[in-house]
Design a protein around this ligand. Structure first.
Ligand code: AMO
Length: 435
C-alpha cells in the first residue's frame, strides 16, 4: 500500500507490510553497512533504512521505495521504512546550486530568491506558503459565511485607482493601458450593482521604484467592500473578526509550520486578544508615536511613517497586550479621492498596523455623485475616462466602504520574516522578474 511520510507510523502500528513511499531524497547518511535516506514528500520527512547495497542517486532525486515499516521514536514521524526495493523516477544532477536541506532561516534572502525553484523545496520555505493558503482560506470562508460574494475583476485598466504615478503601462493592441493598482473601482461598482457584499483575492500592481523590505511590485490583495455601513468603525469590527478567524485557523492547522520558524519568533496572537486591539485616531497615534520616540531619544514624528508604525505597536503590546492597532480618522490629505469625509479636515478611514507594519487600509467611501465630482479636481483627477465609475454614484449607490489586507505583509509578520519578498512565491521587484 502507498502511504505519505506522516502516515508511516500508523502503518507501522497496524503492522502493514510492503509499504510504498514516493518523494525526494532530502538527506543521505552513509554509515557503511547500513545507510539512511531522509525522504521528503508533501506531508513531511521520513527515514528509510537501507541494509543492502543500493545505487542511491544524488540528493533531490525522486524515488519510490517499498518495504516494511518499523516504529522508531528517534526518527522524524516516529517510524522508519526498512527498504526492500528502490526505484529512481528522476535522477538529480549532483551540482546543486542551492542546499535544499540547509537551515534556510539563516540563508541570505538573495540566495533564497535567486534559486527560487530549488529553495521552494525546503520544508521551512514551504511552511510559509502552506500557512499563507490558510490565511486565504480563512479570509474567504469567514466572508462567505457573512454572505459576501467572491469576485474576480480585470487587472487591465484604463487609469489609476489609488492616485500617484506608480502605474505599470501595458501595450494593449494600439493603445496603452495599465496594470490595476487595486480592484477599488470594480469592488465599489459591484456593491452598487446590488451584490452589496463582495470580496476578491487577487494580485495588485504598484510601480514603486524603491526597494524596501515592505514593498513588492506585485502583491496579493485581500479585498472586500460592503454596502450599508455608517462609518469605518463597522469595518474595523469586521476586520477584527477576520483576523481572529485567520489566527485561530493557523493555530489549528499550521502549528508545525510555525515551529520551523520558532527562532524568528513565528507565532499568531491569541484570537480573542484581537478583539481588544486598540482603535486610536490619527492624531492620538502621532502623539503616542512621539512619546515612544522621545523615550528612545528618537526623532520627532510628524506622520504615520514606518517608525511611527513600530512605535504604536510597541505601545499597544505594552499597554494592551497585543501588537495590533487600528488607526482611524486620517486627515484628508493622506487618503485617496474616494474616501468619505468625517468633517472638513478628517476622513472616515483607517489602517491596521500589525507587529510594526501597516497591513490594511480602508474606510467608508464617498457615494454622493455631486460630492465626488467636486472632490476629483482637488486630487488632480479628470472625470473624463472615469464615466463608468462615476455613473455608479449617479444612478443610485448605497453608503458603503471596505478595506484591503496585504497578504505578504501579514504572512511576513506571522513568520517573523524581515522582508515581505520572502512571503511571495515569485516576488517581483525592480530587478527581479524571474523565475
Ligand atoms: P493601499 O494602497 O493602502 O489601499 O493597500 C492596501 C494594503 O495592501 C498592501 N500593500 C502592499 N503590500 C506589498 N507591497 C506593496 N507595494 C503594497 N501596497 C499595498 C498593504 C496595504 O495596507 N484600495 C485601497 C484599499 C481599500 O481602501 O479598500 C488600497 O489599495 O498591506
Amino acid at each position: 500500500m502507498r502511504v505519505l511520510a506522516k502516515e508511516l507510523k500508523n502503518a507501522a502500528e497496524r503492522g502493514e507490510k510492503n509499504i510504498e513511499l514516493s518523494g525526494w531524497i532530502h538527506r543521505i547518511r552513509e554509515l557503511g553497512a547500513v545507510n539512511f535516506i531522509v525522504l521528503r514528500d508533501r506531508s513531511g520527512l521520513v527515514q528509510l533504512v537501507l541494509d543492502k547495497k543500493y545505487d542511491v542517486p544524488p540528493l533531490e532525486s525522486v524515488i519510490t521505495v517499498r518495504g516494511d515499516a518499523a516504529l522508531n521514536e528517534k526518527t522524524p514521524g516516529g517510524a522508519e521504512l526498512r527498504v526492500s526495493s528502490l526505484e529512481c523516477l528522476s535522477r538529480a544532477a549532483a551540482d546543486m546550486p542551492f542546499q535544499v536541506n540547509a537551515d534556510v532561516t539563516r540563508t541570505g534572502i538573495e540566495a533564497v530568491l535567486d534559486q527560487r525553484a530549488l529553495s521552494l523545496r525546503n520544508p521551512a520555505i514551504q511552511a510559509i506558503f502552506k500557512t499563507q493558503a490558510t490565511i486565504i482560506e480563512a479570509f474567504s470562508a469567514y466572508l462567505r459565511e457573512q454572505s459576501f460574494t467572491e469576485i474576480k475583476t480585470s487587472k487591465l485598466v484604463s487609469g489609476g485607482t489609488e492616485g500617484g504615478t506608480n502605474l505599470f503601462e501595458v501595450e494593449y493592441f494600439d493603445r496603452k493601458v495599465y496594470l490595476a493598482q487595486s480592484p477599488q473601482c470594480y469592488k465599489q461598482t459591484l456593491v452598487a450593482s446590488g451584490l452589496e457584499r463582495v470580496f476578491e483575492v487577487a494580485p495588485a500592481y504598484r510601480a514603486e521604484k524603491h526597494d524596501t523590505p515592505r514593498h513588492l511590485n506585485e502583491y496579493v490583495s485581500l479585498d472586500l467592500e460592503m454596502a450599508f455601513i455608517e462609518s469605518e468603525k463597522e469595518l474595523i469590527e469586521l476586520e477584527k473578526g477576520i483576523l481572529a478567524r485567520i489566527f485561530e485557523e493557523i493555530a489549528r492547522k499550521n502549528s508545525g509550520e510555525l515551529e520551523l520558524w520558532k527562532k524568528n519568533g513565528a507565532s499568531v496572537p491569541e484570537p480573542s486578544a484581537v478583539f481588544t486591539a486598540p482603535v486610536i485616531s490619527y492624531e492620538e497615534a502621532v502623539k503616542i508615536a512621539n512619546e515612544e520616540s522621545a523615550k528612545k531619544k528618537g526623532v520627532r514624528i510628524f506622520d504615520i511613517n514606518p517608525d511611527a508604525e513600530r512605535y504604536v505597536c510597541e505601545w499597544a503590546l505594552r499597554e494592551k497586550g497585543i501588537d495590533l492597532v487600528f488607526i482611524n480618522e486620517f486627515p484628508r490629505r493622506h487618503r485617496p479621492f474616494y474616501t468619505y469625509p468625517l468633517d472638513a479636515a478628517l476622513t472616515m478611514s483607517f489602517d491596521a498596523i500589525f507587529r510594526g507594519i501597516e497591513i490594511t487600509s480602508g474606510g467608508r467611501r464617498q457615494h454622493d455623485y455631486a460630492a465626488q465630482l467636486e472632490v476629483l479636481p482637488r486630487f488632480g483627477i479628470k472625470p473624463e475616462g472615469m464615466e463608468d465609475y462615476l455613473s455608479i454614484f449617479k444612478y443610485g449607490c448605497p453608503p458603503h466602504g471596505g478595506f484591503a489586507i496585504g497578504l505578504e505583509r501579514l504572512t511576513a509578520k506571522i513568520f517573523g520574516l524581515s522582508n515581505v519578498k520572502e512571503a511571495s512565491l515569485f516576488p517581483r521587484d525592480r530587478k527581479r522578474v524571474t523565475p
